[in-house]
Ligand binder design. Structure first.
Ligand SMILES: Nc1ncnc2c1ncn2[C@@H]1O[C@H](COP(=O)(O)OP(=O)(O)O)[C@@H](O)[C@H]1O
Ligand SMILES: [Mg+2]
Length: 588
């Protein structure tokens, strides 16, 4: 019950965030549309006056006066038209400015909740769609629609029969709109889903470009894209067929109606019930009355696409609406406690880790080992809050992860993912985690701790070297070491490294072991997923994760046994051995 209320509250808040401050401008545009539509009667009045006043009286001054007035009114209408469009475009830009960052934020969060990256990117496109719609003929038609009665009344005043005929036409066209909507509603959603599916394949193909080329299955990858694209095209053709047909029917109906009004008018003139000027005025006005309806039918696809985009934006914002920002807490300094943590896969909900409990104190380092697919990476995601835990909690100095606000988490957690991907930015920005004013001393300290300072200095622009998309201009090992520096930046309390040595050479491994020892020496906690003895030399505790369970946890010596320990010491670089023995004195 309570959660339902909360959901409603979140929905209301999101609605407000999306539409706040737009009430006034929209009311203004609505009023302005009224003026524009009333001014649109100029042509009809002009006809009436010319035919029924200027022509019978043969007065040239009257004709000139009427014409001047008409031109003035036409110009005024044009001006208001331009103004209205400009306001709408600005409302669109304003909405975009406000929503685009939210949508981007949501895009970043979505993959953690089981959405594909293509689906996530769709949110930014939704913002574009809504903004584009705000300056489009579709929306203008919607604003003109409520003013249709002005014209109907005008025609009715000319003659009730003509009014009735126009109303009948309006009703017919409206029915057409409704039928279009009913017929296309199903297809619009499906079409958009097909686009997302197609883009997901394109995304996957781009990411696997090297492999596709090397093993010659690019053609098959293209084929997968082609099939998805065809599906999308088929759906799109179907929707466009329907909307296009109805748009044409609507246009034809409008033309017939316009002639019908003329015909009926002529009949009435012959019967002596109407003046000649009224026929033309009625014809023009009835056409103008039906134009917004016709435009709405014609732009129905754009209208429904924009509406779907807006709804989807709102739904995702509601679904991922972050809770209140927690109060900032002082940095942790004592412990990491993992209590009965169970983690499920986002999306499928399959339990990947169950009931994991352990505790580490400041100065400890945990080596996590176990067969691949056992759940080590999943544990690192739970420890860093990337994936929410299903049950249990990850506590730093007693405070559950969600209790830490995001800004301070950045200073508390250092994380090196298994698959390193750098940002399209400079080395400095990558290491400092895009800090606006990075402290060069901290950047260099992190680089030194990761053993990459010299390597960075050898790069073309040193710390200001641009890394390009995903940092692909670097080797795997270089990327991993810069990512290690990024994890170490700012001396975080908790350092989580997921297979940090998978691409490292001997020098890199030594730097890594040193970095872990450094974290322990300054009273931090390190969790390192690794198999190689050289890295395990720097940890004091070992956890074994198998089949999603913690099957062993305890002091390294006890877990690894004597034999493994000997191997570990045998391959340990001399400087690490020195560090380690000094560490043992510190932590003893
Ligand atoms: N994003 C994901 N969605 C669903 N299942 C996943 C996801 N990532 C990993 N898994 C599954 O979780 C299990 C543990 O994976 P992982 O933690 O990466 O293992 P490890 O790091 O120990 O090799 C595997 O069975 C894997 O298939
Ligand atoms: Mg892994």
């Amino acid at each position: 019950m309570r959660s339902k209320d909360q959901k409603q509250l979140a929905r209301k808040r999101c609605n407000e965030r999306l539409t706040r401050h737009f009430g006034m401008p929209f009311a203004f545009v609505f009023g302005m549309s009224g003026i524009i539509n009333i001014l649109a009667l100029t042509g009809s009045f002009y006809m009436l006056q010319v035919y029924d006043r200027a022509l019978p009286s043969g007065s040239l001054p009257t004709l000139v006066g009427l014409s001047t007035l008409a031109i003035g009114l036409y110009l005024a209408q044009g001006m208001f038209d331009v103004l209205r469009l400009q306001i709408l475009v600005r409302i669109g830009a304003q909405l975009d400015r406000r929503v685009a960052p939210l949508a981007q934020r949501v895009s970043i969060d979505m993959p953690r909740f089981g959405f594909s990256s293509a689906e996530a990117m769709e949110r930014s496109r939704d913002v574009d769609t809504v903004r584009g719609f705000l300056g489009s003929p579709g929306l203008v038609a919607l604003f003109d629609l409520p003013w249709t009665p002005v014209f109907l009344v005008f025609v009715y005043l000319l003659h009730p029969y003509l009014g009735a005929l126009t109303v009948a036409g309006a009703v017919l066209l409206t029915l057409l709109t409704v039928v279009t909507e009913l017929l296309t509603r199903r297809w619009t959603g499906a079409t958009q889903q097909a686009v997302v599916a197609r883009n997901a394949i394109a995304d996957s193909n781009a990411r696997n470009a090297d492999v596709l080329k090397a093993m010659g299955f690019a053609e098959r990858a293209v084929n997968r894209y082609r099939i998805a694209n065809n599906e999308h095209l088929e759906l799109q053709t179907r929707t466009t067929d329907i909307t296009g047909t109805f748009a044409a029917v609507s246009r034809v109906l409008r033309m017939i109606l316009q002639s019908a009004v003329l015909g009926l008018g002529a009949y009435l003139v012959i019967g002596g019930e109407l003046s000649a000027g009224s026929i033309i005025a009625a014809s023009i006005t009835s056409a103008r009355a039906l134009a917004p309806i016709d435009q709405t039918v014609g732009n129905w696809k754009a209208i429904s696409v924009a509406r779907t985009a807006f709804d989807r934006l709102r739904e995702t914002l509601v679904a991922l609406a972050s809770a209140e920002k927690p109060m900032p807490l002082p940095p942790p300094q004592a412990s990491l406690r993992v209590g009965s943590v169970t983690v499920a896969a986002p999306g499928s909900g399959r339990v990947l880790l169950s009931d994991i409990s352990f505790e580490l104190k400041a100065g400890q380092a945990l080596g996590v080992i176990g067969p691949s697919g056992g759940g080590k990476t999943t544990l690192s995601r739970a420890l860093t809050g990337i994936w929410p835990v299903l049950r249990g909690g990850v506590r730093l100095d007693g405070a559950d992860l969600p209790q830490w606000d995001e800004d301070s988490l950045g200073r508390i957690v250092g994380y090196l993912p298994q698959e390193v991907c750098l940002m399209d930015a400079t080395v400095e920005e990558n290491i400092s985690r895009l800090a606006e004013t990075a402290d060069p001393a901290l950047v260099v300290a992190a680089a030194r701790a990761a053993g990459v300072h010299e390597m960075i200095l050898r790069m073309p622009d040193g710390y200001r070297t641009e890394l390009g998309p995903f940092g692909t201009s670097l080797s795997g090992g270089q990327r991993q070491r810069i990512a290690l520096a990024r994890a170490l930046y700012g001396n975080p309390f908790l350092l989580v490294l997921d297979e940090p040595n998978s691409n490292l050479d001997g020098e890199g491994e030594a730097a890594l072991a040193n970095a872990i020892l450094g974290v322990r020496a300054r009273g931090g906690i390190a969790v390192v997923i690794a198999h190689r003895p050289s890295v395990l030399a720097a940890v004091d505790t070992i956890a074994v994760i198998q089949d999603g369970k913690l099957t062993a946890f305890g002091p390294k010596d006890a877990i690894l046994g004597k034999a493994a320990r000997e191997v570990a010491q045998g391959t340990e670089p001399a400087n690490v051995a020195r560090e380690r023995s000094s560490m043992e004195r510190v932590t003893a």
